[in-house]
Ligand binder design. Structure first.
Ligand code: GLN
Length: 476
């Protein structure tokens, strides 16, 4: 953090306006740092020349006072979001040579407000994973401890922000892929309400779960980004027409938010050190006058099962389009069309993606549909109902983001179930479509970041960010 001469984006913009910071030098600074940190493998692609050109022209705009809201913000984009004429690989061999032909809406909105796109970040293949070990581009290393994973699937975005390789980054969160890597790397990570941000130009993993959101080193920057990328888009019929509030004022201004605590999120499997640090935050919040009420989320035990049944079902259908005929990789030595489909998919997809396609095909198959898919849909409804009931009593629910701190590279790769369990506290927000943020609160005795997750009701990102800001300013 002290590497940068500014504490957040708005102070950066002011420094540029006041002539105290050159945007071109700032871009050079990030590009240098990206180069020095190549070993982290956070980026799949870096757009050095374009970023420098952009810096020069946006600096002019700033000087003439005709600039966008995010003028000069240096942004990295997860390699599942389309940027026109740039590779869109999803960290998969199957899309290795595929280039996007248009901008994702979230990307376009950043560009329209004069943000500078510095590169595309590494991630788990098709955003499937919790450790960034499922990438055709290789692992990403956690900048805090390079023996460890950065979390996943948006591991490159989290690592890039935590290592100061950009101001902010976009990630995607289908079951925790923004919040969990944010907590592993010590960054803020915001998953908005489902439908708040258009998914147009996002390569689909599980369409009824996927959300796009920012990683940042402070609440203010996450707020600035979400304000710009949110809102209705004619190209995504699931995007909401609800108005986007201003996220400029993050002060509570005397507003008393009611906080909730759910025992179900503090049970077996939670690292005692994480539990103790969150209890410590509770204590400080109470001392500051907050009420923390116990609430119940009784269907929590079904979240992992429901999540992995429903998302694999959606993924198996979404990934059917990669057949070697229309997109990306095509196997060269096939005797027939069917053979070509088979070998392109067998050679192009990595093993975790194949596992999910098989699981998803199975839970949707005739005879098993009722036992798995339909049942999981019902569980999803109950989980949503739990949150509806809870948010009648409280405004924000506080939980750990992840049951553990960042684990060692290779530690969980042989046991997929163990890996899936690292999503135990994050998948519920996607099942219920509610927003959540991971706030870096402290470090463990081994120096590893610990994240606190805040959850709010649908479309209540404002209170979520206000609470995050309060904790950032007054509790940490
Ligand atoms: N780790 C979860 C999974 O593997 C979440 C992924 C995500 O949010 N994209 O499915």
């Amino acid at each position: 953090m002290p590497l940068l001469p500014y504490k957040n984006f708005s102070s950066k913009l002011k420094m540029i306006k006041d002539g105290e910071l050159s945007l071109r030098e700032n871009v050079e600074f990030f590009l240098n740092l990206i180069n020095k940190n190549k070993h982290l493998n956070a980026f799949n692609f870096v757009f050095a020349d374009e970023a420098k050109e952009q810096a020069a022209s946006i600096e002019k705009k700033i000087n003439s006072g005709k600039h966008g809201k995010l003028a000069g913000m240096i942004v990295a984009i997860k390699d599942v979001l389309a940027i026109k004429d740039k590779p869109n690989t999803c960290s998969s061999k199957i899309l290795k040579d595929f280039k996007a032909i248009y901008n994702a809406t979230a990307v376009q909105r950043l560009i329209d407000e004069d943000a500078i796109i510095i590169g595309k970040t590494n991630c788990d293949e098709f955003a499937m994973g919790s450790s960034n070990e499922n990438s055709a581009f290789g692992n990403v290393l956690n900048p805090v401890d390079t023996q460890r994973v950065p979390g996943g699937s948006s591991g490159g975005s989290a690592a890039a922000v935590a290592a100061n390789l950009c101001d902010v980054a976009l990630g995607t969160d289908t079951g925790g892929s923004i919040r969990q890597p944010a907590s592993f790397c010590g960054a803020f990570g915001l998953k908005p309400t489902y439908g708040r941000v258009s998914r147009y130009g996002l390569t689909a993993f599980a369409s009824s779960f996927d959300s796009i959101g920012p990683f940042a080193n402070c609440t203010e920057d996450a707020a600035a980004v979400i304000e710009v990328i949110s809102g209705w888009d004619a190209n995504d019929s699931t995007s909401t027409k609800k108005p986007v509030p201003s996220f400029q004022n993050l002060n509570l201004d005397g507003k008393k938010l009611k906080l909730g605590y759910a025992k179900e999120y503090f049970g077996e499997g939670l690292d005692p050190e994480i539990k103790a640090s969150i209890e410590n935050i509770f204590k400080k919040l109470k001392q500051s006058g907050f009420e923390i009420e116990e609430i119940h989320l009784p269907h929590t035990e079904y979240t992992i099962a429901a999540y992995y049944i429903l998302t694999t079902a959606e993924a198996s259908s979404n990934l059917a389009r990669y057949d070697g005929a229309r997109y990306g990789y095509r196997s060269s030595d096939s005797a027939s069309l069917l053979e070509m489909y088979k070998s392109s998919r067998s050679e192009g997809f990595g093993s975790e993606v194949k596992r999910r396609i098989m699981l998803g095909t199975y839970v949707l198959s005739a005879g098993y549909y009722d036992a798995y898919y339909r049942k999981a849909q019902k569980a999803r409804r109950f989980i949503k109902q739990d949150f509806d009931d809870a948010f009648k009593k409280v405004d924000i629910i506080l939980t750990p983001t992840s049951p553990t701190t960042a684990f060692k590279i290779g530690e969980k790769t042989t046991d997929p179930l163990e890996m899936y369990l690292s999503d135990i506290y994050t998948t519920s927000a996607n099942l219920a479509g509610i927003p959540g943020i991971s706030v870096p609160i402290t470090k463990s005795s081994k120096g590893l970041p610990i994240g606190l997750q805040l959850l709010a009701n649908q479309f209540n990102e404002l209170d979520l960010l206000k609470m995050s800001y309060y904790i950032q300013m007054n509790i940490l």
